[in-house]
Design a protein around this ligand. Structure first.
Ligand code: GLC
Length: 475
């Protein structure tokens, strides 16, 4: 079967004609609104499956329950620790929530090397515990009593409350437990899939005598993003990340969650869609190009996270490179020569796309400088074509993300909805926000007011807000 699939993939690649003009490139890569509406419908049906009692187990878009059910009131107070693991960096933060939406944060970033990302799970969690220990020592937080509100700070339990932002797919049974269902974004550590991540972290923390912390919540980065934004704007119903990976969460009524077994008095819960895996069961047929197939085939997780691979930062640079190679082969750039950097897999990075598009039309200063760093010399004519190629890649991403959002927005019966967004692609690309907003408004079925706003450091601030909300409800 595998052989058959591989052969089919090969045939497919060989049969897809090479793109030999800019128009051909645009029509291969960009999709019209009619097709985006179809994408939205497919996403909506996947969400139904993810929420359904009998369909959840085989659903492509998992719609995990997060057990985050209370939206922030803005009255959350105290000092909380946050851990943030989800990309090439790992962070430990101390966040203080105060009156009048006061938030103060101190943080330390530790690199998460390739060895850690692909080594043993135990090694990864030991590293996290060590960083946490170092941070607590450096901050002089060992005497405890942080986080808990004044009345409680006199109690004997002086362990520090921690919110753990763990940005991978996990199936949750409570707000302080989560079983990893698969790794994404290049992580492959063994011994973690099918295990409770909080338990693994607790074991590593227990190796440090005197490290007294209490992990009171584990959350996805999209959930942190939503909560950080909702802390300021109660109309926030969605959290979106377009960074190394891509994912979205939203506030759903418990009646619509087939497997809900929680508190009957609660009315809503944040659902972590894990939409990066949309397409893994054929839902992206008609959208995937030979470039996407190549990126997927060369990844550490082939046939998984196909939507993510079309829209997120970990992959956009590689799609861009493959397109440029075809443009060079068609003699549209570099006099038909393929520069060394473009011959190598992942030879250029996603930030090149933002840099190339940052120049005002007709000028190429940024683009030229940025490509030089990769040893690529380009003429104005080359740069004009390269800009067009970059636009195709980023525009497709923003438009497909918009189609995904519309599938959710159509479910929410509110006249005005705020979407909190974070992630390097959204943050750094000069036009991503505008394309996203424009496309959402073009695709929405029933007109409503949609605010798309940058959520400042959802993974850190959001984790503090969730930890505060959980501590409050446990009081
Ligand atoms: C990947 C992860 C998901 C995360 C997203 C953005 O898709 O699976 O949990 O939210 O990246 O970081």
């Amino acid at each position: 079967m595998k052989f058959f699939d591989d052969a089919l993939g090969w045939m497919n690649r060989l049969c897809t004609p090479r793109v030999s003009s800019l128009d051909a490139l645009r029509s291969t890569v960009l999709v019209p609104n009619s097709k985006l509406r179809e994408l939205s419908r497919r996403m909506a049906s996947c969400i139904e499956d993810g929420l359904g009692k009998d369909t959840h187990a085989r659903a492509t878009v998992k719609c995990f329950q997060t057990y985050v059910q209370d939206m922030p009131t803005g009255l959350e107070r105290g000092t909380y620790l946050a851990l943030d693991l989800g990309g090439s960096n790992f962070r430990v933060l101390k966040g203080e929530l105060g009156i009048n939406k006061y938030f103060y944060m101190e943080q330390e970033t530790y690199s998460c090397s390739q060895d850690l990302m692909t080594g043993s799970g135990e090694h990864l969690f030991d590293h996290i515990a060590e960083c946490l220990k170092k941070f607590i020592d450096a901050q002089g937080l060992n005497d405890g009593a942080e986080g808990t509100p004044p009345a409680k700070s006199k109690s004997k339990n002086r362990s520090l409350p921690v919110g753990f932002t763990f940005s991978f797919p996990m199936s949750q049974r409570s707000v302080d437990s989560g079983v990893l269902t698969r790794w994404t974004k290049g992580f492959t550590c063994d011994g973690v899939v099918d295990n409770d991540v909080v338990e693994l972290l607790r074991r590593s923390i227990a190796k440090h005598a005197g490290l007294s912390v209490r992990i009171c919540a584990i959350l996805n980065d999209t959930v942190g993003t939503l909560m950080a934004c909702a802390w300021k704007d109660p109309k926030t119903k969605l959290g979106l990340i377009v960074g190394t990976g891509s994912n979205c969460c939203y506030v759903e009524k418990v009646d619509a969650i087939g497997l809900y077994v929680g508190d009957p008095d609660k009315e809503q819960m944040i659902i972590n869609l894990e939409w990066g895996s949309f397409g893994d069961n054929g839902e992206l047929e008609g959208f995937l190009t030979k470039y996407d197939q190549e990126v997927d085939a060369n990844s550490v997780n082939p046939r998984q996270q196909l939507f993510e691979k079309m829209v997120s930062g970990m992959y956009l640079g590689e799609i861009f490179r493959l397109l440029l190679v075809d443009m060079a082969k068609a003699n549209l750039i570099f006099d038909g020569r393929i520069p060394e950097a473009l011959r190598r897999r992942r030879g250029i990075t996603t930030d090149v796309i933002s840099n190339v598009e940052r120049d005002p039309p007709g000028s190429y200063g940024n683009a030229r400088e940025c490509l030089k760093k990769f040893g690529i010399e380009a003429t104005d004519r080359d740069l004009e074509v390269i800009r067009n190629v970059a636009e195709c890649v980023s525009k497709r991403s923003a438009r497909m993300v918009a189609a995904g959002l519309v599938a959710i927005l159509n479910r929410i019966d509110e006249p005005e909805i705020t979407i909190g967004v974070d992630g390097s692609v959204y943050r750094h690309h000069p036009h991503y926000h505008n394309i996203l907003v424009e496309t959402i408004n073009e695709l929405l079925e029933n007109k409503k007011k949609i605010n798309v706003i940058l959520s400042e450091d959802g993974s850190g601030r959001g984790a503090a807000v969730v930890a505060a909300a959980v501590c409050k409800s446990n009081r």
